[in-house]
Write a new protein. Structure first.
Length: 321
């Protein structure tokens, strides 16, 4: 798994004659692994443009995403600080109004016996003023709540974008690994199964038909596998042409059987290049399955995946086989 990731990054660096710099590695790692949707989308767009990748382009992508992330965080922080300030000011104003009203009532209470009619009139005026002040504070708090809700929705969208792959819409590797850690550390630990799927000979699709066609194949496989499995199976894009799965409440045998059905159905489909009408052919995948007993489960699934590849591809292998 890690070796494939490194190989894919190296292939991109050398095929586009890029300087093997930390910046290039960071940007391409984000693209291949799918961990940074913004960076991945920028690289994918550059590849689809047909202009290829350049050192200057890589630098622009890195700078643009750094600036975008910093700007977004700064804007949200400023907005949150402003809303907190509004709420504190409104609460302070309300406290001050209540204190003023209370003091005034205390004064008027002392005058009630000597001039009850005038005192009652003043109390009514004080009460009306206090009610109006309370309404203004309520309006301020209402506006602050509305803006806070908008910020909450924006943060939710940002979180969704950070946890999902920009191309397939599936959860990304970061999201998958968080869920896996929670599963292993929770009540389902030891009762879950993980799997890795790798599309067979995917590089040939990119080489023959271009990255745009490759992207469409990735989206097709992602949608096909997602639709063929129960909704409670977590399917994520792990990076490149690799997908990870987390089965809960299933044994290894059951997970293998489920993937075998998907693999068989997918292998019967033949795809066509949309632009040229040329046949892309049958798309198959290999898979490795392992019991999720600890954080080494993905390594075990990766070894099983390699075994499936070495045995001829288009098959599912289990780690204990």
């Amino acid at each position: 798994m890690l070796r494939r990731l490194f190989d894919d990054i190296g292939t991109l660096i050398f095929s586009h004659a890029l300087t093997p710099s930390p910046c290039a590695y960071e940007v391409l790692h984000a693209y291949v692994s799918g961990e940074d949707p913004g960076t991945g989308a920028a690289v994918a767009e550059q590849l689809r443009s047909g202009q290829g990748l350049t050192d200057a382009g890589i630098a622009r992508i890195a700078a643009r995403n750094d600036a975008a992330q910093a700007g977004a965080l700064s804007r949200i922080a400023d907005a949150l600080e402003a809303r907190i300030g509004d709420c504190l000011a409104a609460v302070g104003e309300s406290r001050g109004s209540a204190e003023t009203f209370g003091n005034a009532l205390h004064v008027e209470a002392g005058r009630l016996s000597s001039d009850p009619q005038a005192t009652i009139a003043r109390i009514i005026g004080l009460t009306e003023a206090a009610v109006e002040a309370a309404r203004l504070v309520e309006a301020q708090l209402h506006n602050a709540r509305q803006e806070a809700d908008a910020l909450r929705n924006e943060l939710h969208r940002a979180r969704q974008a950070a946890e999902h792959d920009h191309l397939t819409g599936l959860p990304n590797r970061r999201s998958f690994e968080q869920r896996l850690r929670a599963t292993i550390g929770g009540t389902e630990g030891g009762k879950a199964v993980v799997a890795l799927i790798d599309i067979d000979d995917f590089k040939q699709v990119n080489d023959r038909f271009g990255h745009a066609a490759g992207d469409r194949v990735l989206k097709f496989v992602a949608a096909f596998v997602r639709a063929a499995l129960p909704r409670d199976v977590l399917l994520a894009r792990y990076g490149g042409e690799e997908f990870s799965l987390l089965f809960t409440g299933m044994s290894v045998d059951q997970a293998v059987a489920a993937l075998e059905k998907v693999r068989e159905r997918l292998s019967q489909r033949s795809l066509v290049h949309q632009e040229s009408g040329e046949s892309i052919g049958h798309i198959t995948f290999s898979a490795g399955v392992a019991k999720a007993t600890d954080e080494d489960a993905m390594t075990a699934a990766d070894r099983a995946l390699y075994a499936a590849k070495n045995r001829g591809k288009n098959q599912v292998a289990r780690a204990d086989a």
